[in-house]
Design a protein around this ligand. Sequence first.
Ligand code: IPM
Ligand code: MG
Length: 330
Amino acid sequence: MKLAVIEGDGIGREVIPAAVEVLDAFELELEKVPLELGYARWERTGTAMSEEDLEIIKECDAVLFGAVTTVPDPNYKSVLLTIRKELDLYANVRPVKPLPGIMGVTGRNDFDFIIVRENTEGLYSGIEEIGHDLSWTKRVITRKGSERIAEYACKLSKERSNKLTIVHKSNVLKSDKLFLDVCRQTASAYGVEYGDVLVDSMAYSLMMHPEKYDIVVTTNLFGDILSDMCAALVGSLGLVPSANIGKKYAFFEPVHGSAPDIAGRGISNPLAAILCVKMFLEWMSKPEALLIDDAIADILQKKTITPDLGGRASTAEVGHAVAKYIIQNL
Ligand code: IPM
Ligand code: MG
């Protein structure tokens, strides 16, 4: 197993080393391949990511990724979107689950659901024209793209409560009728109980009744927006991990960005990145992944937490504490 490790920029350079320390605690047979990509790389060399980098990534099985700062060049192609496309990482999986004792904005912690976001098409098609008086982006929904994400979501539903919520906006966007129909047909074929909700109504419902949901499947942009919103349910963007899964590769990244405003001070919260390690271990079918939940519960209880959660620990101290717990309990 080969894992590309991309810290990227800003707090990516703090949270990924902490996550790697946690990963190392498991003593897996794993070759780590460090790669420098992103803004700092672009400043130094003029490219944020080269063809050779992509080839190196493709020789790995999986990627652990921090965050990259957008490069201020009108021709810049997002490193993240390019990798998702090149590795055909069609399922963006974002678990929304409270951590013990941490309340999000709604003050409740009785929910546990997963956003399954289509990750390769929709409004992220990259087919667009930018003009002075008219700009447009083509929203692409295909049967194949909808089928594979619907299947992914249905399989996940089968492992959990067998309930699926399809989120769309087909009352206005006719392209979403295809997505909705395919999701309904797939859910029927899998014997999964399903319902559908319009995305605007879903945003409200997720804030009011997050406990009603289990697997939520939606198109690319809606999933992007809802997943940041749902981070507020959990308490902070610093607490939610994500996995981008394809047939061959998997790519793990915290939902947060590079946060240049707090970077370099060692105060960023590494828990989202550490939970990415958990998702990576689960992807490898390693049952010891669950130790990460225990370790996090332990450090939360002992208040070894970063300032955003009201603690005084540094990013690295949180990483050490989680890794230490794992070494002691493995
Ligand atoms: C995310 C991010 C990305 C996205 C950006 C950085 C391209 O917001 O992973 O949610 O929109 O998918
Ligand atoms: Mg986002």
